[in-house]
Design a protein around this ligand. Structure first.
Ligand code: ATP
Length: 561
């Protein structure tokens, strides 16, 4: 048989969730993967990452919570109130789906077992639907699946569709399971996955014993290398006599892929954002060679960067052509990852920089400003100059370092104003006061603690009226539970917040609170899986701890549904 049943995938996930032992999780998963027929393996692997389609896939399956709830209500006859109560009880839409599917009013006339490939074909077709009828086509596909699905299948189908499997499967474990299934070294699987960003394709290579064939592929985005934080300028020279001090541009990061007359720009979340920046297309296509680059798009005021919020206006608009005139942008290329058919990721930065210098960039595309520095005085000087050019500060890079996709290490260190910030996700919202009495302007936000979200504070200042208006509309549509003044919302909106201190607090379930939080910006470029963690909050707390930790302290239970 060349297909496999959804039922077995769901049962595997359920059994993976049932054990907390990592070894056991890997063992169960690898046994499942090993017996999958050839065509099913890549599909099932992508599902195990909590996605229907791998990153960079030309289509996106936009089936949101609202659509899932609507179809479930339609099938089961459950009222809004019942759905809200069930959600509050389970705290998970997948569990709600399992329960409501069990209450279906009509059963299919010819019940068939749901197969992975048949279900996937349906979802792929729905993802490819474009234009006016697209949303309806997606709902029809969802309905067709949930009409057939048994409760356990519905639970995991909905979890895959909403992007969170909740079975304690970190990426590393999945990679390990693939390695174990096909007798490959875990490191080789990890590396192949970082280059290909598609665990399904990697699993297929592992099964053939061909992991060494994994390489960067044009138009398949991969994860960005991230920077650690420089606490003192002296630290820059701890492991190197000379470093590269590059301006830190305050914009949004993009990965540029250009080959065969085609161009794509991918965001940090690996989404295709090419249409947002039409004026960059021509200069990027005009380089004359195939290449992949890492770069920052900056709002541009002629010769200097414009404030970051100008760029956000640009990202939100649906008419990029019109916005191009109003908020021009520039692109600063700071790394070259592939030129022609040569992967550069393993080459030292020095050499990648030379590759960047050898290409022809034309305004508004520029190579990032940077220079070699050998001592603290020169580094401070470079920082001041970067600030004078209107940039945030520096990213201090090791000249001998490879490009490490998906890693945050000490090979790149960012140095900006000495102000701690955290990226948090909004989980609850409330109407404001006075002129903000009609808008949802008061935000309760959380950080990540493994699979859970933990509230660390509330903020209500820092955004413009227009931003609040837009967010209000979004929160109204994505409310999970409406409690009158306050409502729990889908954890999707990421904010960057600044604050003065972290304190111990029994007000929130994280056990911490941020003192005087203010919103710096909405991070449309970041997804909720990329937010700061409770560990970061703890370590900030410990760094500034003037008060000794209280061993009897226990945070309250409950928290984000
Ligand atoms: P931040 O909020 O400080 O931008 P972050 O969490 O978004 O941090 P980090 O990797 O920690 O991401 O910080 C580096 C970010 O700085 C990159 O994601 C990139 O968008 C931006 N950046 C600007 N200029 C450069 C540069 N020259 N080299 C690398 N990254 C740069």
């Amino acid at each position: 048989m060349s297909d496999a049943l959804w039922e077995d995938l769901a049962a595997t996930l359920e059994s993976v969730a049932a054990t907390s032992s990592k070894r056991e999780k890997v063992a169960r998963l690898s046994a499942y993967l090993r017996q999958l027929p050839e065509p099913v393996l890549p599909v099932a692997c992508v599902y195990l990452t909590g996605r229907v389609l791998p990153p960079g896939h030309p289509h996106k399956l936009q089936i949101g919570w609202a659509a899932v709830v609507e179809v479930l209500q339609d099938l089961s006859g459950a009222s809004d109130r019942e759905v809200a109560d069930l959600y509050l009880r389970w705290g998970d839409l997948g569990d709600v789906a399992a329960e409501l599917v069990a209450r279906r009013r009509t059963e299919p006339l010819f019940p068939e077992r749901l197969s992975i490939l048949a279900a996937h074909a349906l979802l792929e077709r729905a993802a490819a639907a474009a234009g006016k009828g697209a949303a309806a086509a997606r709902r029809r596909a969802l309905r067709a699946l949930l009409e057939q699905a048994r409760p356990l299948e519905a639970k995991y189908l909905v979890r895959v569709l909403t992007g969170d499997l909740r079975v304690g499967l970190k990426e590393g474990l999945l990679q390990e399971a693939v390695a174990t299934a096909f007798g490959a070294p875990a490191e080789a699987v990890r590396r192949a996955d970082l280059l290909q960003s598609d665990l399904g394709a990697v699993a297929a290579l592992a099964r053939r014993g061909a992991l060494q064939e994994a390489s960067l592929q044009y138009f398949r985005p991969f994860r960005f290398m991230l920077a650690g934080t420089l606490s003192t300028p002296e630290e820059a020279f701890e492991d190197a006599a000379e470093v590269f001090a590059e301006d830190k541009y305050d914009g949004v990061r993009v990965q540029v892929h250009c080959a065969g007359g085609r161009l794509a720009l991918y965001s940090r979340t690996l989404d295709d954002v090419t249409p947002a920046f039409p004026e960059l297309h021509r200069p990027l296509l005009g380089v004359g060679e195939a290449y992949m680059a890492d770069a920052e798009v900056v709002a541009w005021a002629g010769a200097r960067p414009a404030p970051f919020h100008r760029l956000q206006q640009r990202l939100r608009r649906t008419d990029p052509e019109a916005m191009a005139g109003q908020v021009p942008v520039a692109l600063f290329v700071f790394d070259l990852l592939r030129v022609g058919d040569r992967d550069l990721v393993d080459f030292p930065l020095e050499e990648r920089r030379r590759a960047g210098e050898a290409l022809r960039w034309t305004p508004p595309v520029y190579l990032a400003t940077g220079r070699r520095v050998r001592d603290v005085a020169a580094l401070r000087q470079a920082f001041q100059e970067a600030r004078a050019r209107g940039n945030e500060g520096l990213v201090v890079k090791r000249l001998d370092a490879p490009y490490q996709p998906g890693r945050r290490g000490r090979l790149w260190l960012k140095w900006k104003e000495p102000l701690a910030t955290l990226d948090v996700v909004v989980v609850g919202v409330e109407f404001g006061h006075g002129k903000r009495a009609r808008v949802l302007s008061d935000y309760t936000f959380a950080v990540r603690d493994g699979d859970r979200l933990r509230v660390v504070g509330r903020a209500y200042s820092g955004l413009t009226d227009a931003e609040i208006q837009q967010l209000t509309a979004w929160f109204q549509e994505h409310t999970v539970r409406d409690l009158g003044r306050f409502r729990w919302v889908e954890p999707r909106v990421v904010l960057e917040v600044a604050f003065d201190a972290v304190t111990r607090s029994d007000r929130h379930d994280s056990g911490y609170a941020l003192r005087f939080p203010r919103i710096l910006r909405v991070r449309t470029d970041k997804g909720p899986e990329e937010i700061s963690t409770l560990e970061e909050v703890e370590s900030l707390y410990l760094q500034q701890a003037r008060e000794p930790p209280d061993p009897s302290f226990r945070p309250p239970t409950g928290g984000v549904p």
